[in-house]
Design a protein around this ligand. Sequence first.
Ligand code: DAH
Length: 350
Amino acid sequence: MSNELKSFLEGLDSLAHDCESRKGQACSLKELDELRIEFLGRKGMLAQAMAQLGALDNTDKPAAGKKANEIKQHITALIDSWQLDLTATEANHALSLFDPTMPGRKPWAGSLHPVTLVMDEVCNVLTGLGFEHAAGPEVENDWHNFEALNIPPEHPARDMQDTLYVSDNIVLRTHTSGMQIRSMLQQEPPVAVIAPGKVYRRDSDLTHTPMFHQIEGLLVDRNVSMADLRGTLTAFVRQIFGAQTEVRFRPSFFPFTEPSAEVDISCVMCGGKGESGGSTCRVCKGTGWVEILGCGMVDPNVFKSVGYDPEVYTGFAFGMGVERIAMLKYNIGDLRMFFENDVRFLEQFA
Ligand code: DAH
């Protein structure tokens, strides 16, 4: 063997040893790629060694070429096996960064708004007593909202200060009582309806919002009496606020009922004592009673405006503010909470 061939072959062997000695040096797939280029790249160490091949004697070339191929395969196999190892190591590392036994994130479920909760509950109790659900427009005409309800043109409720007018004759309904008229026009007695919905007033301060919710009730038949009104509302109130709740009817005035009353219940906070923890009750201001709704016997003039004969039929009506009932029921001190949509408040009702 010529000396040239000998040194060529030795050069290839030392290249292989060189590569073997680099085992464990590449710590990432990226570093291994660099190593691969260093040895096997177009200008890499093997390519440089091969460049010497041309200078060899023709008789030495077959042996030199054969050896060069073997070394190339050897180095390629080495680097390939390291690549397999590194790939596995990197995958294990990625896996170790997360714990597959950890509980997943729960989807965040919403909750019903307290106004919706109270609205549903009140409606459920009243439909349980036999009332049927009625719905009508929030943009209402003067006749349904005022005139047919015996509210004369000079009545203060009609003042621009209190009512949101759309035009001379059209208003945003100021109460759900107009639904009494719509319901009676749609059917002959007996009538037993409830009408929940939004109402609007030009009012905005600590205890008033320009939009709030009411639920209206109406019962018309022969021989409906004030005793029926008392019995119905007492049963209703005790289902909503609990069986121990005291109920009192206090004389009042509404244009569309005669006689009229406001219903008070024993204070939900102090149980009617007027004080809690030694100080005056904040909810009832020491009176022991809180007002929850207005009611009365349907005024004959209202029957006349819908063509019912007041000599034949009598009826009772009632109307309540939903936010007010929700405040009492859930002990909420500030009306604005209902409209701020703070999730920390809302999620308490989940
Ligand atoms: N509409 C009245 C209001 O908004 C509430 C009301 C009082 C409704 C007496 C009635 C009723 O049906 O009989 O303040």
